[in-house]
Design a protein around this ligand. Structure first.
Ligand SMILES: Cc1ncc(COP(=O)(O)O)c(C=O)c1O
Length: 412
């Protein structure tokens, strides 16, 4: 970063500060990860200079030899990774990808079923504060007391509501989804089936979770969570939706694609096709399981009963008598980063909810394994016990920093 350092000290210092924070902290935010140097290089490449509205072979500007090449590479790699009939790699991120799908297949006022936010769903799946909820008519489905999606209730709801679109997928749900049952219900009521696999795309690419792409009409994802690519979105669909999805993306919703980002997606998909990525995905599942078991031993309540993916939702209010916000702040003081989270039908406010959400994709990328998960659980318990002692938290923080330095973000 020689040029940045010389030209703009303020931005340079912010980048260096963030680099230090990432190196010396334990990243347990379930939606975050560390990309490779190759992905970073593609992101910082000259593709950022280029306008390329349209699609490979059909652009509105000249000079597209290399943009066509790199976008086609990203598409072909994504098709191979997820066995998709059609892929659009242009969505700038996950929320735009979902909005593009809605605008492609729905009319204003159409009914959609999505997972209730407090039961693990994402904001863009119909929360009233979003633009999509102002345009379309969402109803939220929930989980049962065993922590599984209540498919019987979902079927009843679908028969009653007769939605145009049924949406699966989540941000804070730790269980598997029964794709067959979900898509059968959609078929019975004549709804289009959609899955937002943003959180688990890397676990699907790594072949440790079932691939939803063959089951659903349309699948959206982000590329920056377990998939370990640049911040971005992607839509995969059956051939019959290809044209409406592409048109809804450009010119419908977005302008020029971010080609530096698409180049970085191509690099990340190339990495995810390697056997080493499958090993990574297997380790993510093992690490999440050990972290869950250890936290259970310390008396934390695991929401949804257990984890079958990379994330764990803890009900800290009902098991430890502290709020998610309090624990998030205490963990921040020891350099462990998590996010407070609502739990199903949480009576507390989203800014001070009952739970916290943990995820292991980032620490697994750094090379941490089962032994390290036990240590992380012990620190979370220690932070809980010492929540009001800044002195004790400071001491734990020194241990965390020393520990993190043993696991560099990139092999030098
Ligand atoms: C399931 C799901 N869909 C969509 C999104 C939105 O993605 P982005 O933040 O890239 O817009 C998220 C982000 O957390 C998510 O978890």
């Amino acid at each position: 970063m020689k040029s940045l350092k010389q030209q703009d000290q303020e931005v340079y210092q912010a980048v260096k500060g963030e680099e230090k924070r990432q190196k010396e902290g334990m990243e347990l935010i379930a939606s975050e990860n560390y990309v490779s140097r190759a992905v970073l290089e593609a992101l910082g490449s000259v593709f950022t200079n280029k306008y390329s509205e349209g699609y490979p072979g059909k652009r509105y500007y000249g000079g597209q030899d290399f943009t066509d090449q790199v976008e086609s590479l990203a598409i072909e790699r994504a098709k191979k990774l997820f066995r998709a009939q059609h892929v659009n790699v242009q969505p700038h991120s996950g929320a735009p990808a979902n909005m593009i799908v809605y605008s492609a297949v729905l009319q204003p006022g159409d009914k959609v079923l999505g997972m209730d936010l407090s039961h693990g769903g994402h904001l863009t799946h119909g929360h009233p504060v979003t633009l999509s909820a102002q345009i379309y008519n969402f109803t939220g489905y929930k989980t049962n007391s065993r922590g599984e999606i209540d498919y019987d209730a979902l079927e009843k709801m679908a028969r009653r509501e007769k939605p145009k679109l049924m949406l699966a997928g989540f941000s804070a749900y730790s269980r598997k989804i029964n794709y067959r049952r979900f898509t059968q219900i959609a078929k019975k009521v004549g709804a289009i089936s959609m899955m937002d696999m943003a959180h688990i795309a890397g676990l699907i690419a790594g072949k440790v979770l079932t691939n939803p792409v063959p089951y659903f009409d349309i699948v959206t994802t982000t590329t920056h969570k377990t998939l370990r690519g640049p911040r971005g979105g992607m839509i995969l669909c059956k051939k019959k939706f290809a044209k409406v999805i592409d048109q809804a993306s450009f010119p419908g919703f977005q302008g020029g694609p971010h080609m530096n980002n698409i180049a970085a997606k191509a690099v990340a998909f190339g990495e995810a096709l390697q056997p080493s990525f499958q090993k990574y995905a297997r380790q993510v599942l093992k690490n999440a399981k050990v972290l869950e078991q250890e936290l259970k031993k310390y008396g934390f309540k695991i929401v949804f009963g257990k984890t079958e993916n990379h994330l764990i939702l803890l009900d800290v209010f009902n098991s430890k008598g502290i709020s998610g916000k309090q624990l998030e702040e205490a963990l921040d003081k020891i350099n462990i980063t998590v996010n407070k989270n609502v739990i199903p039908d949480d009576p507390r406010s989203p800014l001070d909810p009952s739970g916290i959400r943990l995820g292991v994709p980032a620490v697994t990328t750094r090379g941490m394994k089962e032994k390290e998960m036990k240590q992380i659980a012990a620190w979370i318990q220690q932070a809980t016990e010492n929540i009001n002692s800044d002195q004790a938290l400071k001491k734990i923080r020194q241990e965390v920093v020393r520990f993190c330095k043993k696991f560099p973000l990139h092999k030098e």
